[in-house]
Design a protein around this ligand. Structure first.
Ligand SMILES: Nc1nc2c(c(=O)[nH]1)N[C@H]1C(S)=C(S)[C@@H](COP(=O)(O)O)O[C@H]1N2
Ligand SMILES: [Mo]
Length: 353
């Protein structure tokens, strides 16, 4: 089922959820489709391109009902962007306590693709946004069941974010037609924002004064790190870095060891440094950054370490162009849903004599 690599971990068949081996992620700047994680809350709808319509309604001068061929009136645009699920690296948090009903993603719920399509702002301009509109709602054509109710996945982003040039309605991924599990025929791509706002199988765009009433905007994807805190709707991705090779628990021979990984800035701001420690954060060495910094995209990195026999904990942390840093301790990122783990990433190793 679907064009995924044989090494892909399938967490669930229905809804379809899976991710690639983490070690494969830093091999390429652009993640091939067969290694790109899939996060779906409901079915993967098979949509007939001939009868498909994108509805645009709400606080607009004229509601639109666009066929796929009607999208040709808009200028084509392309954007390289990393999508990261808010649940990326939840497996580390699961060591601190149970997180019922959520998937145990490792550092695999992330991928970087080249998306092609039309700009959301051009479609909004064609509909004519009227005053009072402050949020853009997206509704999918999938079917999700929650608490004995059936509905479509939905989300929203602030109008201010929606009108930026980098927000796309994408119909291609890595220069090929968008695959069904990634949202064919049309999906939203909001770079630097949690994956949940990049709605797949997009059926409707609604302009409104308030955020989307959809369960996935109002109830899920909120972050409460302290019990007293009001749980805020998630939006911007947080600065983080992950070690992809070696994997935790590896037993390796002494000598030069290649350590590789990825990092992503706050809101996908470009990464300016990645540092690695092999003594629990007392001393740090700068890793080599492998990619040209691109706003919206991740940065791959590598470093060669000369390690003698013994047990180690490798630690990685990053810094972005806005000077953001990460929490050192996993405990500081704890929340009952296991979202947004951006603590320093730690990997335990044993080097053989
Ligand atoms: N319609 C719809 N859109 C959706 C989802 C979904 O379940 N239904 N999942 C969201 C979540 S939580 C994430 S992280 C991204 C994942 O995109 P991908 O499957 O292409 O990697 O899609 C988002 N868009
Ligand atoms: Mo997600």
């Amino acid at each position: 089922m679907f064009s995924k690599h044989s090494s892909f971990t399938i967490y669930q068949e229905q809804p379809f959820n899976g991710g690639p081996p983490v070690a494969a992620l830093p091999e390429q700047f652009i993640t091939p489709e067969e290694l790109f994680f899939v996060r779906s809350h409901g079915n993967v709808p098979q949509i007939d391109a001939a009868t498909y319509r994108l509805e645009v309604d709400g606080l607009v001068e004229r509601a639109l009902s666009l066929r796929l061929v009607d999208l040709a009136q808009f200028t084509r645009a392309a954007q390289t962007a990393t999508l990261q699920c808010a649940g990326n690296r939840r497996d580390e948090l699961l060591a601190l306590g149970p997180i019922p009903g959520e998937l145990p993603w490792s550092a695999d719920a992330i991928g970087n693709a080249r998306w092609g399509g039309v700009r959301l702002v051009d479609v909004l301009r064609a509909a004519g946004v009227v005053s009072g509109a402050a949020h853009v709602h997206f509704t999918g054509l999938d079917y999700v069941e929650h608490d004995d109710e059936g509905f479509s996945f939905g989300a929203s982003i602030p109008l201010q974010r929606a009108i930026a040039q980098d927000v796309l309605l994408a119909d291609t991924m890595n220069d090929l037609p968008l695959p069904s599990e990634h949202g064919a025929p049309l999906r939203v791509v909001v770079p630097g924002t949690i994956g949940a706002r990049s709605v797949k199988w997009l059926g409707r765009i609604t302009l409104a004064a308030e955020p989307s009433p959809n369960y996935f905007q109002q109830r899920a994807y909120r972050l409460a790190r302290e019990a007293a805190q009001e749980a805020a709707m998630l939006d911007t991705v947080f600065l983080s870095a992950a070690i992809c090779t070696p994997r935790s628990g590896a037993q390796l021979p002494a000598g030069m060891l290649a350590v590789t990984g990825y990092a992503i800035g706050h809101g996908a701001t470009p990464i300016v440094a990645v540092e690695v420690s092999c003594d629990n954060g007392s001393n740090w060495q700068c890793a080599e950054l492998l990619d040209t910094p691109v706003t919206g995209a991740w940065m791959r990195w590598q470093i060669a370490l000369d390690l003698g026999p013994g047990s180690y904990e490798l630690v990685a942390r990053a810094r972005d162009a806005d000077g953001n840093t990460q929490p050192a301790d996993l405990g500081a990122t704890w929340n009952g849903k296991g979202y947004m783990n951006n603590a320093w990433h730690r990997v335990a190793l044993h080097i053989r004599p």
